[in-house]
Ligand binder design. Structure first.
Ligand code: MV4
Length: 453
């Protein structure tokens, strides 16, 4: 039985976890840095413990402080949210060593999927299609060169400890390889203390399509369909949707089957996401990575399946079975999410922290806002810039887009710059409205500030 959960996170996701807990009758403990004293997660949790100064390293990443807070409050379980310690295998191990249920998969699973080159090999062995490339990491430039000659240029170098873009390079010819290898490796070394790289064929005009999967402790693993996240800027997702405009029922069934097969091969437990790269030209899909956490964009799946994924995550961690009927759940309608960041789209998306003078959220049928912000809130400069997620649901994609447009018009945020004007421009874009989106959509998108703000 889980009676009390400590939330090792901040911002909107901390609120999201608290909401799920309170609806389940579970008591909550917030932890917070001194920069977050006036945050809503502190206010809405049943108890709150200050764990340190603003810097993440000293607070939200400070494992001894978090474990101590769980101990003094008699918590049964720890929910890591996303980011911070969510995919830290050592933290998951320390939680269970101290008899706290870590709400996520076991440390070994986190570790196995965190090493991206190994994860790819594991999935290939299970029969999941992967992007043609090197067998595991490439030890040096010579090995990379041999692999690239076999695969054919263009290729992509990726950091095995990475994910989400850091330490990644497109290499278009042999001449570029040496420099790209050195730069990607140095970048990975700096970011992850691990410079190891793997190599794969570069697939142009691709889409990022990920499947939400769920496993329980009784061997059941199911999927809840896909989310398309091709609208990214510098590997930060900006807009997500479900279903993907590129996927029909047949493809959904085949990709979902592969996502489940991969998860079964590692006895996956909890909420997980299997990322695929989808090649528009050939309609082929390839496993890219598996994320072992609840993701920022989980609400788009919740909107189309009508289920609460956070509650499910908690129930599964408590040992409950996934109800059998969920295996055949059919998504209904279309959901979109816009990430509202405190950034200036007219100035290269520079962070824009500070006081929120006024904050008004939209409403009406099919509109959901997940945020920790209120009028008078001070956005700290120490953390990521996500301040709200605007999520809409409609009968079909165009209804959802028009609803998003309407909801963006109603949103008022005074004080910081935000990504709202940028989202307004995208909602108007013809190619976006046609679903013609791919990896280079944002890079080739002509944004003229002012016009829509
Ligand atoms: C790729 C790719 C093309 N070919 N891998 C990986 C991390 C993710 N943030 C983007 N990644 C990509 N990996 C191969 N072999 C293109 C991308 C990519 C991308 C993919 C989907 C949607 C948007 C993207 C933006 C830039 C790069």
């Amino acid at each position: 039985m889980i009676k009390k959960i400590l939330i090792a996170n901040r911002g909107e996701i901390a609120l999201r976890v608290i909401r799920a807990c309170h609806e389940l009758g579970i008591s909550t403990v917030a932890v917070y840095s001194t920069a977050d004293e006036f945050s809503l997660h502190v206010r809405f949790a049943n108890e709150a413990v200050c764990i340190g100064p603003p810097q993440s390293q000293a607070s939200y990443l400070n494992i001894p402080q978090i474990i101590s807070a769980a101990a003094v409050t008699n918590s049964d379980a720890i929910h890591p949210g996303y980011g911070f310690l969510a995919e830290n295998a050592e933290f998951a191990q320390i939680c269970s060593d101290n008899n706290f249920i870590f709400i996520g998969p076991d440390a070994e699973i986190i570790r196995a999927m965190g090493e991206k080159a190994t994860a790819k090999t594991t999935m290939a062995t299970a029969g999941v299609p992967v992007i043609p490339g090197s067998d595991g990491v490439v030890a040096d430039v010579q090995t990379a060169g041999t692999a690239a000659d076999e695969i054919g240029y263009p290729v992509m170098l990726k950091a095995t400890a990475g994910g989400g873009g850091k330490g990644m390079r497109i290499v278009r010819s042999e001449e570029e390889l040496e420099k790209a290898f050195a730069m990607a490796s140095a970048e990975a070394e700096k970011a992850f203390n691990n410079g190891a790289l793997y190599l794969e064929k570069y697939i142009d005009n691709s889409r990022h399509i990920e499947f939400q999967i769920f496993g329980d402790q009784h061997g059941n693993i199911i999927h809840f369909g896909e989310r398309e996240c091709s609208i990214q800027r510098r590997h930060q997702k900006l807009i997500e949707e479900s279903p993907s405009p590129a996927i029909d029922d047949d493809l959904r069934e085949r990709m979902g089957e592969m996502a489940v097969r991969g998860a079964k091969s590692i006895n996956y437990v909890g909420a997980g996401t299997v990322e695929f790269l989808f090649d528009d030209a050939t309609r082929k899909f390839y496993f890219m990575e598996m994320n072992t956490r609840i993701q920022v964009e989980h609400p788009v799946t919740e909107m189309v399946i009508g289920k609460d994924l956070l509650k499910m995550q908690i129930k599964v961690a408590a040992g409950e079975k996934i109800p059998a009927h969920l295996a055949s759940i059919k998504p209904r309608g279309h959901a979109l999410e816009c990430r509202i960041n405190a950034e200036d789209p007219a100035n290269n998306f520079a962070p824009s922290p500070g006081r929120v003078k006024s904050f008004h959220v939209p409403g009406g049928n099919g509109v959901r806002v997940d945020t920790h912000v209120y009028s008078g809130y001070e956005i700290p400069r120490y953390y990521d810039s996500l301040i709200a997620k605007l999520i809409v649901h409609g009968d079909d994609r165009l209804t959802a887009i028009n609803r998003m447009q309407r909801a963006l018009e109603e949103t008022i945020i005074e004080g910081p710059h935000t990504t709202i004007p940028f989202h307004r421009a995208i909602m108007k874009d013809h190619r976006f409205r046609e679903g013609a989106i791919h990896t280079n959509f944002i890079e080739s998108f002509e944004y003229s500030p002012g016009e829509t703000s």
